[in-house]
Design a protein. Structure first.
Length: 113
């Protein structure tokens, strides 16, 4: 799964003994078309918000979701976003903070497959 499959949650990650839950968006897209890329991310984030707010997250059996988890959405990107994308991430972080979810980004710069 990836950012282009807007109706799916890519990864739900937990760690035994931790109250943290990380929902990962895998983003392999280049940033050649900034607007299309941001629209894809927006659609994916909307799916993740619905997944959380609808209670679907708490119906996930494996991995077991702890009660009252600390929620984070991580956008794991293959390519670093351009400076023009930072305003999007800033606004998305503010929206997510309003529902008690943090947002972070990682870039995998390795050439390994």
């Amino acid at each position: 799964m990836s950012v282009v499959e807007a109706d799916k949650v890519d990864i739900v990650a937990t760690r035994p003994g931790s109250s943290s839950v990380v929902l990962v968006i895998t983003d392999h897209l280049r940033w050649d078309d900034l607007d299309a890329h941001l629209l894809a991310l927006q659609a994916k984030l909307d799916t993740y918000i619905a997944f959380i707010e609808s209670g679907q997250l708490h119906r996930v059996e494996e991995p077991a979701i702890p009660p009252n988890p600390e929620l984070r959405i991580r956008v794991a990107m293959r390519y670093a976003p351009p400076p023009a994308a930072q305003e999007f991430f800033k606004k998305a972080s503010a929206v997510l903070a309003g529902i008690g979810v943090s947002l972070d980004q990682t870039v995998d710069r390795s050439d390994s497959i």
